[in-house]
Design a protein around this ligand. Structure first.
Ligand SMILES: NC(=O)c1ccc[n+]([C@@H]2O[C@H](COP(=O)([O-])OP(=O)(O)OC[C@H]3O[C@@H](n4cnc5c(N)ncnc54)[C@H](OP(=O)(O)O)[C@@H]3O)[C@@H](O)[C@H]2O)c1
Length: 245
């Protein structure tokens, strides 16, 4: 069982996107982790409070709500900030199979939620991180955001939004080196996980390659535990492999 031991004990963690398939599994494992003191979870519909669990409201597409969420933690020292929000499809949005299906509104929505949202979280939450302590800012990315790994094409907007997220994380890792020398900034690819997000696209996935959310959460927390400052700015898969840009 992963312990996040490398970050020390008595950890305070902000988890943005706790209502999602992966986010909720991460939340449950954090609440069972002896090194974790408090989890401040955020979602559009706040979850139920429990010992060590302090839920709040946040809409990743609304900077005002992100700022208010960060302000609600004033005085808290955060060791880990985890962003598990994301969007691939909705009633009005389908990943494009061809250029003909590209719609400005859809691309803009995915950029807003998958790329800009996590960075606005960094903008407002990072001031809560102690400057000299080991800490991490991590957002869930996706392997399909790798430009050099893109051999199949398609999914223009989702791929672009995750590639943009990866670039923004790299910029953040460079800027934060001086102010937060022990901060690790990273994107994580969770594998193909059985959640609402992947549900319409699971037909071609072999059963052994489809992770449960709990399985993926376990892998992700283990990778997070093993990341060092030298890894900052990178994107890592569920098995710890570095994903090329
Ligand atoms: N599942 C996979 O196979 C897979 C593979 C690669 C990468 N990923 C990435 O993993 C991350 C988590 O995905 P998942 O599989 O757990 O999907 P999910 O179950 O659909 O969860 C998505 C989460 O994002 C939140 N969200 C969406 N729009 C939001 C908004 N405007 N404000 C606040 N929260 C918002 C959802 O909140 P609500 O509950 O309020 O809707 C939910 O908590 C995403 O970044 C996804 O791209 C997933």
């Amino acid at each position: 069982m992963n312990s996040l031991q490398s970050y020390g004990d008595n950890l305070n963690i902000a988890l943005i996107g706790a209502s999602g398939g992966i986010g909720h599994a991460v939340l449950q494992q954090l609440l069972e982790n002896a090194n974790v003191a408090r989890v401040y979870s955020f979602a559009r519909q706040p979850l139920a409070a429990a010992p060590g669990h302090y839920p709040g409201h946040l809409d990743i597409a609304d900077e005002g709500s992100i700022e208010r969420a960060a302000t609600s933690l004033k005085g808290v020292s955060l060791h880990l900030i985890l962003v598990t929000t994301g969007l691939l499809h909705s009633e009005t949005l389908r990943p494009e199979k061809s250029l003909r299906q590209l719609e400005a509104d859809n691309l803009q929505q995915l950029i807003s939620i998958n790329s800009l949202g996590p960075m606005l979280v960094a903008k407002h939450f990072l001031p809560l991180v102690p400057r000299k302590q080991r800490s991490a800012f991590v957002a869930i990315s996706a392997r399909v955001g790798s430009i050099s790994d893109n051999r199949l094409g398609g999914w223009y907007s989702y791929r672009a939004s995750k590639a943009a997220l990866n670039m923004l994380l790299q910029c953040l890792s460079i800027e934060s080196r001086l102010r937060y020398p022990k901060l690790v900034v990273a994107g994580l690819h969770p594998g193909t996980v059985n959640t609402g997000l992947s549900e319409p696209f699971q037909r071609s996935v072999k059963p052994e390659q489809l992770f449960t959310p709990a399985q993926s959460a376990r892998y992700l927390l283990k990778v997070l535990d093993g990341l060092s400052e030298a890894d900052s700015g990178g994107v890592f898969a569920w098995d710890g492999e570095r994903i090329p840009a």
